[in-house]
Design a protein around this ligand. Structure first.
Ligand code: SF4
Length: 246
């Protein structure tokens, strides 16, 4: 089986169980303007590998790292390869963390049901309303309407909500001036997240290495993010919000 993976990186912690291996899958169905992984959004031939080689590499990290993070671009687009690797990594005793944009609910459901994922980090990029979601994610295509993309995300949310006692859940929202920064939009997301047992990361946008218009947008200040957090906490005091700077 072939798989499109750009990098397999060991990220070292102080103890071996704190170290993890990040596997970056190439290819994404979103085209967020502020994406900092633009070089791996397409399924380029250069990223193609035999899954056996990937497994050999992963095996080298047994006893060195405690977890595997399936990251990317979007790992869930390579359905069979992801399931295959998740089973393999579980068999080797690794914890599995999946980062996803949340638009592959059936695969997410299978991974959760199969006990093949310990933590999910979902990018909750914008309110699930056609105009703004599309503006942030540029996810509509000739074959898939924005409504369908949103519907898939809603289904993933349902799966996460039903299983939030079994798996760790982290949502992440990037605060980008001029795109996603308004109090009402952040409150919209807060309301949906407040029903889930999770951590919510508000991430400061960083223009480093980003081309085009977004490369010219300055980061919002941390105090701006703190203020958004406070507004959300007033309405939904059960939220666990972390602010991450760039
Ligand atoms: S979902 Fe993530 S990887 Fe895909 S385009 Fe958006 S920021 Fe980039």
């Amino acid at each position: 089986m072939q798989v499109y993976i750009s990098d397999i990186l060991l990220i070292s912690g102080l103890k071996s169980r704190e170290s993890y291996v990040r596997i970056d899958f190439a290819g994404c169905d979103f085209k967020c303007g502020y994406c900092d992984r633009q070089e791996i959004l397409d399924f380029k031939v250069g990223f193609q590998r035999d899954i056996k080689e990937v497994k050999e590499k992963i095996k080298e990290y047994v006893g060195v790292a405690g977890a595997i993070i399936f990251s990317g671009a979007e790992p869930c687009l390579q359905r069979q390869a992801l399931q295959n690797l998740a089973k393999y990594c579980k068999g080797l005793g690794f914890k599995i963390i999946l980062k996803t944009n949340g638009t592959s609910p059936s695969l997410l459901g299978l991974l959760v049901k199969g006990g093949l994922v310990d933590k999910v980090r979902i990018e909750f990029k914008a309110p699930l309303i056609d105009g703004i979601f599309e503006r942030v994610t540029k996810s509509r295509t000739f074959f898939k309407s924005s409504d369908e993309v949103i519907d898939s995300f809603e289904k993933s949310l349902e799966i996460i909500k039903k299983n939030d006692n079994k798996i760790g859940v982290v949502f992440r929202t990037v605060i980008v001036p001029g795109l996603l920064y308004k109090k009402e939009d952040i409150l919209w997301v807060a309301k949906r997240i407040s029903a889930v047992n999770c951590v919510w990361v508000l991430q400061q946008f960083n223009n480093e290495g980003i081309d085009g218009m977004f490369g010219k947008i300055d980061s919002p200040s941390i105090s701006f993010l703190e203020n958004l957090k406070e507004i959300c906490m007033k309405e939904y005091s059960n939220l666990r919000i972390h602010i991450i700077g760039c």
